[in-house]
Design a protein around this ligand. Sequence first.
Ligand SMILES: Nc1nc2c(ncn2[C@@H]2O[C@H](COP(=O)(O)OP(=O)(O)OP(=O)(O)O)[C@@H](O)[C@H]2O)c(=O)[nH]1
Ligand SMILES: [Mg+2]
Length: 416
Amino acid sequence: MRFFRRGGQPQEPDSAQEPNSAPQPDSAPLPAQPAVGPDADDLIGDEWRTADGEPSDTLGFEPSELEQDLAESPDAVLGSDGVIEPAPIIAPAGPAPAQPQWAWGAEWSAEKADAARREREHEQLEAGLEKTRSGFGARLRTAFGGIGTDADWEEVEETLITGDVGAHLSMSIVERARKRREVTVEQAVRAELEAILAGRDEGPWEPRPAAEGAPAIVLVVGVNGTGKTTTIGKLAARERALGHRVVLAAADTFRAAAIDQLRIWAQRADAEIVAHAQNADPAAVVYDALDAAIARRADVLIADTAGRLHTKANLMDELTKIRRVIDKRLPGARVETFFVLDATTGQNGLAQAKAFHEAVKLSGVVLTKLDSTAKGGIVFAIERDLGVPVRFVGVGEQADDLLPFDPAGFVAALFD
Ligand SMILES: Nc1nc2c(ncn2[C@@H]2O[C@H](COP(=O)(O)OP(=O)(O)OP(=O)(O)O)[C@@H](O)[C@H]2O)c(=O)[nH]1
Ligand SMILES: [Mg+2]
């Protein structure tokens, strides 16, 4: 079991300093003031201090348990008794699971394996979209039948709206589709829907290093219960299967159960995890996890965050603080922020996504519980109204129920 010292290299517990022993040369005392990293002055930027140099409380952050503990025990070493108990770093079990080469025998090739994976994912998407196909999709196909009058087109528009495409977007789809000549109504509407998803960057999402020598950093945010932690577990499993080294940061410190939930997913996915005690500062958890990920040469760091309502300014500030702490550790780091949107919340969820986008600039959306809704039309509204690409869709609760979003495949699964 290995522990991380704040800002330092991984340490074995037996090398941790005894509470009463003399300080070791390599274990400089930590600052007695509340800190979110190895150098509080460095991490707590000027905007956090009042004119007389006192830490500012304008952002409304209470010192976390971690900060209080460190303030009370300046010589404390993270991981020593009674201070902080970081999660054990679960050593990954070596290389990625072997590819099922036996399935093709001597004829195995990466291309064939890739084609088989795509085929499997398409089948999974079709199964996951079953409710939408038999709900929204079927209603659309009925509305297409025998179309001719304005009222018939209105019915198409109405169907799009009830499928969560959104009123404004539905109107413009119908308006444009009506102008398309020499194609059937279905072809015209389908072409319009495809056009909404076209023009985005193609290809599945892949982790890209946040900076040179650093892992990709994915911050997962959203309102309560949308599927953030589950998505992280699935994404970790996916990345591990690709042979990537994954570190999870348990930055939802609101409930102990949230940390445990992520721990279970980490074990299931064979990923590493860094966690602090309940109520610890989420930014400090991410900071330590980033340190751990860099030290371990991880490919991707995924941070879980507590569910929050976009209307709670102090909680939204907490996300901004996480971003700032990452930036202090890795200036100019490219951080991915994925918004997890519960497809069953429809247009409400879209409004929440917009508020999050304004606060923390989202780079991707994961649409979860697509298997539980009959109105998958929200995908089009996200891409057009929010302007943030859907990266993955969740079609169930199991580890392999996360699919990379494939625009063409999605439209095909809706109509074919
Ligand atoms: N059917 C289905 N259920 C899902 C999917 N994703 C997540 N869930 C379920 O949704 C519930 C909430 O998931 P969590 O991952 O705990 O959600 P969360 O956003 O982390 O919740 P908080 O941390 O409390 O904000 C769980 O029961 C999950 O199994 C999905 O794609 N399909
Ligand atoms: Mg959670």
